[in-house]
Design a protein around this ligand. Structure first.
Ligand code: ACM
Length: 537
């Protein structure tokens, strides 16, 4: 099998002359219902008018961008008889639902909300892309589409801790994901290797914990952080693309950067250096120390002002190896266990303490800031607090996470390492460093991801929250590599999260995604594509 990664550029010859007649063969995610309609194609140069209520001004701006990019139209034709109409249709049955029809008289896009209208425009744009991605779209065949999502949160998780992603580069991620109807960006803002968000009460976090040299064997200087002003601006920017911003502050593990600045946060008040390697640290936030809650309370108070999103991610994963071990010998934790009546000595006592810690923080987030807390599922944690969202992530351990979600009547985000860890390579050896053992997740493997996990309707209705793709950056050595890892697999994630399972097929996807990959290339978006898949298309 060929394993050489080639730029798809080598496989197609671009042309600026051929007129294009787009078909529905390039829609990802595949819509719920679509049908070719009778009649003549719409000639884009014949568009003379755009009808749109004031409340859809943002969506109109996107439409104008699409007309310019795809049809070369920057001013409407005074003599054009075709019209494009954007409207709200409250009779649609989902906030993100839309209808789209195209015929020779123009385009009608109606959404239940502005988000639905935006998605109709993103679909229209894909209809204007042909296999020859360089050509301007001249005309588009008549079509009608009725569309609505399978799940309501379709997310990419970005990790600016291991490798920093400067603010302007972070922004670049958003328009690309929104094209495929991904609607959430989850920012992993703190970890063992760095603290990346300004907290005004604790300037020591920025002074001491945002700069280091090295990520494993990549001996590069890595520094930076986001100001609160930048993040407020980012939230507004993302809203234009109907993307929400979910902040993550880890607890009790993956917190060495905070502990480095404030040693009193960990058991025994130890001075701990910033971590420059991947893996799991045994230094954890100390649940027996009141300063831990004061610190987290102040952090979440400031973040509530920055991130209006109703979700906050609390981490909860990989807290030491063995898990939570430093709480066994800590005097403060022993005292707290006694006060709480925790008497077991089989390590379950530390998980009970973790529940106590999470309960306290969850209560603060709920009662003070009206937030919905989220966390990574760990099997030993077992209980999912009411109203929280758990994340299925561990490779091979989705089953217990799904079972726990059902048992606890909880929502679950599906991002199993088996399919959704886009920081894993698409082919063996395709990493800029020694590769500490990440498994390969090929394009075809990822396509097998069904977020319904074979559980049936009740699970989908009661538990399934959404889908997420992770871009942990232990081996992502530049902002470009975020795109390289994310694409084209994020197209699959988008389809898994949006499209009805019955409408999906690997063969169909290969066909539909080809013009979109040529378009990625045309727009200069870095992505990976092993040659064997190009041969299949
Ligand atoms: C994780 O990958 N540690 C959630």
């Amino acid at each position: 099998m060929k394993k050489i990664f080639l730029s798809i550029a080598l496989l197609c010859a671009a042309s600026w002359v051929a007129p294009t007649v787009a078909t529905a063969q390039n829609l990802v995610p595949i819509p719920l219902k679509m049908a070719s309609a009778q009649g003549q194609p719409l000639v884009w140069q014949n568009v003379g008018q755009i009808n749109c209520p004031d409340e859809l001004a943002n969506e109109k701006a996107h439409l104008l961008r699409v007309l310019a990019d795809r049809a070369g139209i920057t001013t409407l034709n005074d003599n054009g008889t075709a019209q494009i109409t954007l409207s709200i249709d409250t009779s649609l049955n989902d906030d993100e639902a839309y209808t789209l029809s195209i015929d020779e008289n123009g385009v009608n896009i109606a959404g239940k909300t502005a988000a639905g209208v935006f998605y109709g425009i993103m679909t229209m744009e894909q209809l204007m892309i042909d296999d020859n991605a360089s050509a301007r779209c001249i005309e588009t065949n008549p079509i009608t589409i009725e569309d609505a999502p399978r799940t309501h949160v379709r997310e990419l998780m970005v990790d600016p801790c291991r490798i920093f992603v400067p603010y302007e580069r972070l922004k670049e991620i958003v328009p690309e994901m929104a094209r495929y109807k991904l609607n959430s960006i989850h920012l992993h803002l703190v970890d063992d290797q760095a603290w990346r968000i300004e907290i005004k009460k604790y300037p020591q976090l920025i002074e001491k914990s945002t700069s280091r040299v090295g990520m494993d064997d990549m001996l590069i200087p890595i520094s930076g952080y986001y100001t609160q002003e930048q993040m407020k601006d980012f939230v507004k920017y993302c809203a234009q693309y109907h993307v929400m911003v979910v902040p993550e502050i880890e607890m009790p593990g993956h917190e060495v950067a905070a502990i480095h600045a404030f040693p009193e946060l960990t058991c025994g008040g130890k001075q701990v250096p910033i971590r420059t390697t991947c893996g799991v640290s045994n230094e954890l936030l100390c649940p027996g120390n009141e300063f831990t809650y004061e610190f987290l309370g102040n952090v979440f108070r400031e973040l509530a002002d920055v991130f209006p999103c109703k979700y906050v991610h609390l981490g909860g994963d990989e807290a030491g190896n063995p898990a939570l071990d430093c709480w066994t010998t800590c005097e403060k934790d022993k005292k707290l266990k006694k006060e709480l009546g925790i008497t077991t000595t089989d390590r379950s006592e530390n998980w009970k303490l973790q529940k106590y810690m999470f309960d306290r923080v969850i209560d603060t987030l709920r009662t003070k800031y009206d937030k919905v807390p989220m966390f990574w599922y760990e099997t030993d944690f077992k209980k999912i607090q009411e109203g929280c969202v758990t994340f299925a992530w561990r490779n091979g351990l989705t089953e217990p996470a799904v079972e726990a979600a059902i048992k606890n009547n909880a929502k679950i985000m599906m991002c199993p390492g088996d399919y959704c860890y886009f920081d894993y390579p698409m082919a063996k050896g395709d990493m800029p460093e020694i590769n500490w053992g990440m498994p390969v997740r090929t394009f075809e493997t990822v396509y097998q991801f069904d977020p319904g996990w074979g559980q049936g309707e009740d699970f989908e209705k009661n538990n399934l929250f959404g889908v997420a793709g992770t871009l942990w950056s232990e081996s992502i050595n530049s902002p470009e590599r975020i795109f390289y890892q994310a694409y084209p697999r994020s197209l699959i994630l988008a389809e898994a999260g949006w499209s009805a399972q019955k409408n999906r097929s690997w063969k169909g996807f290969l066909k539909r995604s080809r013009p979109l990959m040529l378009d990625l290339q045309h727009r200069g978006i870095t992505f990976s594509m092993p040659t064997e898949y190009i041969d299949l298309q």
